[in-house]
Design a protein around this ligand. Sequence first.
Ligand SMILES: Cc1cc2nc3c(=O)[nH]c(=O)nc-3n(C[C@H](O)[C@H](O)[C@H](O)COP(=O)(O)O)c2cc1C
Length: 165
Amino acid sequence: MDFFEVVNRRFSARKYLQKSMDKHLLDTILETVTKAPSAGNLKAYKILALNNKEIKSELAKAAFNQNFIFEAPVVLVFCALPEISSAVYGKRGAELYSIQDATIAASYAQLAATAVGLATCWVGAFDEDLVKKILGLVNERPIVLMPIGFAAENKISKKNYIKNK
Ligand SMILES: Cc1cc2nc3c(=O)[nH]c(=O)nc-3n(C[C@H](O)[C@H](O)[C@H](O)COP(=O)(O)O)c2cc1C
C-alpha cells in the first residue's frame, strides 16, 4: 500500500471483530511511532497498550459509553508527559509541545495501523480525571484513547460520535 492509499483507507472504525491481533502487528505500529517528530526529540509521550477487559470496559464508560472501545482487542492510550517537555521548554513545553508530541505519535499510529490492515478510532471525548484514575496516571496526561483491531465495517463512517461533546 503506498502512502496515499493508506491515507485514503484510514477511517474511524466503531465496530470491531472479536479477533485478536498478532503482537508483531502492534510492534510494527509502535516501531513506526518512534519515527515521528517530537519537540527537541524528547518524545514527551507515553503509550499504554491495554487488552484487559475490565479496564477496557471502564475506559468505555469514562468515554461517555462509547462501547466500541470495549469491543476492540487492544486500546492504545496516548499520554503527554508535560514534565519531560517543561524541563527543557518550560510552560510552552508543558502546555503545547508535549500535547503535540503525543498527538503526532497517535497520528502515526493510525496510519501505521491502516498500513498493516488494522483499523482504529481516535477517541478524544472522555473524562480525563476518570481515565487518569482508572489507569493510575499521575504525571501523564491522557490525550487519545485509540481502540485498534480488525474492523467489522469497511465503510467510511462520518457519523458524529457524541452530540455536544
Ligand atoms: C481530536 C479528535 C477527537 C475525536 N474524538 C472522537 C470520539 O470521542 N469518538 C469518536 O467516535 N470519534 C472521535 N473522533 C473521530 C472523528 O469523529 C473522525 O475522525 C471524523 O469524523 C472524520 O471521520 P474519519 O476518521 O472516518 O475520516 C475524534 C477525532 C479527533 C481528531
